[in-house]
Write a protein of this length. Sequence first.
Lengths: 510, 549
Amino acid sequence: MDINRLVESLHPLERKASPFLAKCSTLKDLMKLSKLSEAEAMRALQWLENKGVLKITSEVKETIHLDSNGKEYLKKGLPERRFLEALKKRPLPIKDIGKAASLSAEEYTVCLGLLKSKAAISIDRGVVSVTEHGIKALSKEWLEEAFLKRVSKDGVEPSSLSPEERFSYDIFRKRKGIVKSDLEKIKRFRVTDIGKALSKEKIKAGDSIERLTPDMLRDGSWKGKTFRRYDVTINVPKIGRGRRHFVNQATDYAKQVWVEMGFKEMQGPMVNTCFWNFDALFTAQDHPVRDLQDTFYMKSPAKGKLPDKRIVDNVRAMHEHGGDLESIGWQYRWDPETAKRIILRTHTTVLSAKTISSLKRSDWPAKFFAVGRCFRNEAIDWSHLFEFNQTEGIVIDEDANFRHLLGYLKRFFAKLGFPQARFRPAYFPYTEPSVEIDVFHSVHNRWVELGGAGIFRPEVVEPLLGEAVPVLAWGPGFDRIMMEYYKVTDLRYLYRNDISQLRGMRQWMR
Amino acid sequence: MPSIKLNKTVFNRLVGKELSDVELRERIPMMGTDLESVGGDEISVEVFPNRPDMLSEQGFARAFSSFIGQKTGLRRYDVKPSGSKVIIDKSVSGVRPFTACAIVRGLEFNDEKIREMIQIQEKLHVTFGRNRKKLAIGIYPLEHIKLPIRYFAEDPKKVKFQPLEFPRELTGLQILSQHPAGREYGPLLEGKDMFPFFADANNEILSMPPIINSHRTGKVTDQTEEVFIECSGFDFNTCNICLNIIVAALADMGGRICSMELEFPDCKKITPDLEPRRMKLDVPFVNKWLGLRLSEDQMTGLLARMGHGFEMGFVLVPAYRADILHMVDLAEDVAIAYGYDKFEPDLPKVATLGEESPFEVFRRRISDVLIGLGLLETNTYNLTNAVDQNSRMGTDIRLAELESAVNTDYNVLRAWMLPCMMKVLHDNKGSEYPQNIFEAGTCFRLDASSETGVCEFVRLAVALCGPDADFTRIKQVFDVLAQALDFGYDSKETEHLSFIPGRVARISVGGLDVAYIGELHPQVLDNWELEMPVSCFELNITDLYKAFK
């Protein structure tokens, strides 16, 4: 590498560090010599390594340090020395020694045992006196004391201890708060040939421009200077962008599809009476879908109000005997109290029922759609969630028929990215005929079930609209399409809101 | 949906033709049943709840055989009078008022047939009988019974018999607590003073519906040749159809159906009644509904493939079909027989104008503005819990509560959005800061004046979380939004339990209070275990939108 180009590309921190590279080999020493902070010195080393100037190695080292008691003993003397000193003048009763030598109860107990084992003291009827051996010991420096002094200097490694020091270390380790050992990370570096060449260069801090500032432009001080060369291939820290939630991106797309096909959006509440969610859709009051284990009933409020009497009476008549139609109905006693119960909508079809009930003859032909959150009382796992997205479309048209329904479905799913669709018989209480739609999944090479459709029964439409006009309806779940697109295998993932994943999620490109 | 397992050998014999697995896989779904698996000697199918008559080898094979054109048209079943009676006492009127009964003779039971019969009974109990709530079925070997039979209600402490598969006699009341079936279905009789019973002419107890048969007179074995069948419940018509489904299946097994006279307190009836229902065929209606141009002959040919008969302009609907309420149901049968795959899809040219709801457009504009500021949109559940909504926020808002939610962490509807933002921040403590997020979501408040007692509106929450999140920064965000949407606002100091006193403002637009803005209280941050300050606002955009209009 051209050494001049290398010099030009040095960051100010690298410039500060460079002169000392030949003089030391650890991060710590470099910090001392260059007066850089640890973070600065480390960054300089890493950048220099990237440029091939040096090679960093790290190792972990165990070092011994004084703990809080150890530091105190270094100043005040070891407790056992203080113990002996206190007895030098005269023997003392056991209970008085602690106070005389200012020892804690714990220190006192340790000393008593220790000195006795060394035969430095003798005890006679509760009175302690120092032995000859003890007097002698007082006059010289102990091995333990020498060890304390040695360790008080910076980081001694256990491996460097002499056998005597090792002995003291083992004793002190058993006592409270005298010594401790730390694991220290040591960064070392070795200068390469490029580095050797670099260290011969004369490098001044600040003879190239680091950052172009408004001041420089104003006073022209940039003229005649060089700019520090950047490593333009470098990886830079990631930043997050603002973006729409990927689920909303997909539902926006679904809306666009509906609007393009001439459908108008319906909106309405998620909390509904059973009347709108079930009864108006000709779902018998003992139908299993109304069970507590599938549907979210509200505790408070538990019951709501029924709509105007005309609609309620018509719906009741449909359930009980088929009303004015040539239908036999479900043949049971319809209960208005059951219809008043409050639930979270189980399908967006509730919006279709309400919309139909608000139309007058001049309004159709008409097409409506909804995209919305629906609910089912379910334990959560990878394929079950208590909230799900449904999309729903209806066509109210005197001339509509089953072939039209299939035509709309084919077009709708083609727009969603599934050009191949097939239809199977299905069952829903409120449509006849009913259809299940399978689309062909080109990646998995198999048919996937994507939702139900049908023509609303006259028993549904007549009480709401006043006449039994055919109403085509389909309501595919949308979560499956999204999971497929985003390659999500767990439904819960859609609403986990993990910020780094939200930032990284692929863009909806349909 | 109920699923049943079919023995392929039995099935093929009943169909009268052997189809390959590939053909079965192709044809069965097109008849209106979900095929689960075909393989070995077993076919597993899911039957739609509107076709209880297909919940047996016999019923399924009967429908399939017609569908593939093997045996089409109405199946006639002979019913001969048995000359026997069932006497229904008026005491049952308050308990389980109706029963429909029959005798089937000439059955040669073996283990396989007993399995088939038990499967029919079980599946009908669960689906059509709504777990025995709506109706219950009893099948008894006739050889141990002395006719006529009585159906009556009695004090359950006074009636004693040995229930099926139990070592000793129990009273009716004891059965509820001591017999497994009693414990399972006991709630259906709980609180009643009188329980219903069937007994024979010797006063021998046959059963206590809907719970259990007697061990002595209620157990079908491979020695059994004749059975007595009763379907008892709350609606005579339902009992009748259920009985028809069972006797038709037993007749397909080789049995001979015999009717019984039911002596109700106020009238006499004879069951089973297998006379088909007559419905006038409306050819133009069916053609219009389906978008086809079929002649009457073509249409009745298709109906024959769904098991219907035809006579002088009338469709003869089999007496075991529970799902034909209206001409549209026949139209569906025509469509199925015609083949959903044969229909030519047709997209009509009907001019209508597509339109997104203006409010939704408004809502997306808001998102666009915030995304331009580098904020990240989240999407959280509408369901949450009172701890998140109130305790952690230091508030006390009245919440709309769910009944018996499976997940207790999600048992109320959210009343405001900020707690949802806090949950997201809490869950992302390990990610890089700053974390600046927003969401516009539906919120729910109790409101006695509305139809449901709950009113819904959309609230937008924006939360800035990071070392320098403060009042100034969040106010800057709000100002950008106000400028972009072009609305002016007033603000005044206020108090809010979630915010630091003196650092929270109430914002109003056109005199309507629409937002809180400020710095969250450190206690709230602590409750969410956050170690970063949060400044935020919550704006009711439903109200803001109204103020615009």
